[in-house]
Design a protein around this ligand. Structure first.
Ligand code: FHN
Length: 695
């Protein structure tokens, strides 16, 4: 609230305080599945939106005292005291800002909605707020940017959406303070409840009252210890009470699983998941999600960042995301002058040119019925009593034969989407596959769309997929993919040879003991289909494990047995396959049941710096005959300063010859805290481990 107005209100408040009705609690907004689907419909059909990160941080443009890796976090990452940061306000004057141009560029790029930072973590507001002076009206610009942009977006038929940070590094009542500024900016008297009731909510009321119908409230900054599910649920209900049709992301609450962005199990508030700078490995049936991605490496403008993704990569990323049933929110970080960087403009134009011809293969489509395709992706849409498969061909076949593997449905017409005449292409069946004879040259150098019409929902052979569970004396393997119909069988071998139509059929779970190698494959009408799955049963397969320290409740997978179940975690730390240790070490002992000759020991661990998951700083292997006296047989130390080196799933093995033992101990040391140079320096670090493989 402006200072002058605040004084007036205080005076008025004294007069009328006794009868000022309290803000009514938000009515619980409940809805049926049909109502939910109706509310989400425009968003699901849109598939593609623009993210805009803009604010005072565009002025330093990434640089502070010679360090050039900053961006929208510059006040934190450069530890700029509040008073010094506030001095950006009189410098904020983006005289070249033109809302109509921004809206037109989003529209021409094929985007259907625009999400702009009404307030980022630094607390500066790009709109005329009656609740604070720390807003654009206190700058020389003195124009309500959000008003101008919402009007321009309305004219272009784009949904206007707000990014709004719960975390606020400027407001005196927000907690916690930044650790480095606690001395200079003590938290005495700060009150988070008051921040929510008398600032956060009143601003959200402004944002949902003064700018017309808002498509999405994109919350962020929800991860600090002071925010929780109760607060998130209350805020969700509050915003929905202001605009019942608004859509709210899962960062309103505390259910988001880190940068993987999806909502953890449980009734957390939020309408869609928000993977950040990543695309889920597979589609997520029944889950609404949107990947937010930068064009280079920064959200806010950094004039030194020239690591731009190519237009090709962005166009294929959009197809990949749509083929998995998600949305792409593609970011632009405007300059302090109010301009989109030329590199962003160039990419938006290239995407727009592709969307102008092929947008039908993105808008309103659903996920691919295929697990994977060798030449590209697929989206699908039911239309005019048919189902259209949009085949996104990244690698155009020189042979002119485009094979669609495992499509059992009778194929109808096929044509190139870019061909205005829709000249029919020759379609034939070759066993389990459908082949389309396509023109010689690819219609588009990046992603050419071939449409294949079907009379009904596609019936597609699913490649055989298998689950594994650790058993007392081995590993139990079972079929997890949906395999239907008499003609469709899964066959396997346990001697390492490839399955043939004469191999045994997998009709139920099979338990395999060491040593064996399981190979499984699907057959349709006795013709092999899809990949061969190979599962090696190590000596440790299914053997019992004891842990000195328990894993975190949040990341405990199947408990200690996870370490010898033969199942390997993916690079998504939230895939439920990893044991997570927060600031504690792994100390595990595997009991082989009897002394055995050991050739190697391997530990699988995950590194995901964005989720504060780091490599162990030391791994030690030891063996014992009695489970009490151990002798070290392998060790490695890792320099904590090399934490940036590894990403994703890592394995560390130690080879042994002639060692006999019954008990094997694996100890991995947690780095403890997020290291120097990490955005969360000093925060509690995680160690994620899976699969101890002993051979
Ligand atoms: O801290 C923010 C970051 O600055 C940016 O806004 C991204 C965009 O999704 N969200 C947070 C990091 O997860």
């Amino acid at each position: 609230m402006k200072t002058a107005e605040l004084l007036a209100v205080i005076f008025l408040g004294i007069v009328v305080l006794s009868c000022a009705p309290p803000e009514p609690p938000p009515q619980m907004v409940t809805e049926t599945q049909e109502q939910h689907d109706a509310r989400m419909q425009w968003w699901r059909e849109a598939r593609f939106g623009m993210f805009i990160h803009w604010g005072l941080y565009a002025i330093p443009a990434g640089e502070w005292k010679g360090e050039t890796s900053h961006a929208e976090w510059v006040r934190e990452t450069a530890q700029i005291p509040l008073e010094e940061y506030d001095r950006f306000v009189p410098r904020f004057n983006p005289v070249q800002f033109n809302a109509a141009e921004w809206a037109r560029m989003a529209k021409d790029a094929g985007m259907k909605y625009v999400v702009i930072t009404s307030k980022h973590h630094d607390g500066f507001c790009l709109f005329d707020s009656k609740e604070t002076d720390f807003d654009v009206m206190s700058s020389p610009f003195k124009r309500d940017i959000l008003k101008e942009l919402s009007d321009a977006c309305a004219k272009e038929g784009l949904k206007m959406c707000w990014y709004h940070s719960i975390m606020d590094w400027h407001h005196p009542d927000y907690l916690p303070r930044r650790t480095w500024e606690e001395k200079d900016r003590p938290a005495d008297g700060a009150n988070l409840d008051r921040y929510v009731a008398e600032y956060l909510k009143p601003q959200l009321k402004e944002l949902t009252s003064n700018y017309g119908k808002i498509g999405v409230l994109w919350f962020d900054g929800e991860w600090e210890s002071t925010w929780n599910e109760d607060r998130g649920r209350d805020l969700y209900q509050y915003v929905r009470s202001l605009q019942p049709d608004i859509i709210i992301n899962n960062r309103v609450s505390s259910g988001r699983s880190g940068m993987a962005g999806l909502t953890a199990e449980g009734a957390f508030a939020g309408d869609f998941g928000t993977p950040e700078q990543q695309v889920p490995a597979t589609g997520l049936p029944g889950v609404d999600w949107e990947s937010c991605i930068t064009m280079n490496d920064h959200w806010g403008f950094n004039k030194y960042d020239n690591n731009w993704k190519s237009s090709r990569e962005l166009i294929q990323m959009l197809a990949d995301i749509a083929s998995k049933g998600g949305n792409l929110l593609l970011n632009v970080g405007p300059t302090a002058d109010g301009l989109f960087p030329p590199e962003s403009v160039e990419r938006l134009r290239a995407i727009g040119a592709w969307m102008k011809v092929n947008g039908e293969a993105i808008y309103g489509t659903k996920a691919s019925p295929f697990k994977s395709l060798p030449w590209g992706r697929c989206t699908q849409k039911a239309q005019d009593g048919k189902v259209k498969l949009y085949l996104h061909v990244f690698d155009w076949p020189a042979s002119r034969e485009l094979t669609v593997p495992g499509l059992l449905s009778d194929p109808g017409n096929a044509y190139v989407l870019a061909d205005a005449q829709k000249s029919p292409l020759r379609v034939s069946r070759d066993g389990n596959d459908v082949t389309i004879e396509v023109p010689k040259g690819a219609p588009d150098p990046v992603n050419s769309i071939v449409v294949l019409e079907l009379k009904e929902e596609p019936s597609v052979l699913q490649t055989a997929e298998f689950g594994r569970a650790g058993m007392a004396d081995g590993i139990e393997i079972s079929l997890t993919s949906k395999v239907a119909g008499d003609d469709y069988k899964v066959r396997y071998t346990t001697n390492g040879s490839n399955p043939t139509p004469g191999s045994p059929e997998l009709t139920g779970p099979v338990t395999l003991r060491y040593p064996s190698v399981f190979k499984g494959r699907a057959f349709y009408k006795n013709t092999a289909f899809g990949e061969i799955t190979t599962i090696e049963i190590p000596l440790s397969g299914g053997k019992p494990v004891t842990l000195t320290n328990p894993p975190s409740d949040k990341y405990k997978a199947g408990g200690a047995a996870t370490l010898t179940d033969g199942l390997f975690g993916s690079s998504e730390y939230t895939d439920g396959m990893w044991l997570g240790f927060e600031q504690t070490d792994l100390d595990a002992v595997v009991d082989l049941g009897e002394p055995a000759k050991i050739k190697s020991i391997t530990l699988t661990y995950l590194v995901s710096q964005g989720a504060w998951i780091f490599a162990p700083t030391q791994i030690d292997y030891a063996v014992s005959d009695d489970g009490k006296t151990f002798r070290n047989v392998g060790s490695v130390k890792k320099d904590p300063r090399s934490w940036r080196d590894e990403k994703g799933v890592n394995k560390f093995s130690t080879d042994l010859t002639g060692t006999r033992a019954r008990y094997i101990r694996v100890a991995a040391k947690n780095i403890g805290v997020c290291p120097d140079g990490h955005a969360a320096k000093g925060g509690k670090a995680w160690l994620f481990v899976d699969e101890i493989s002993i051979r």
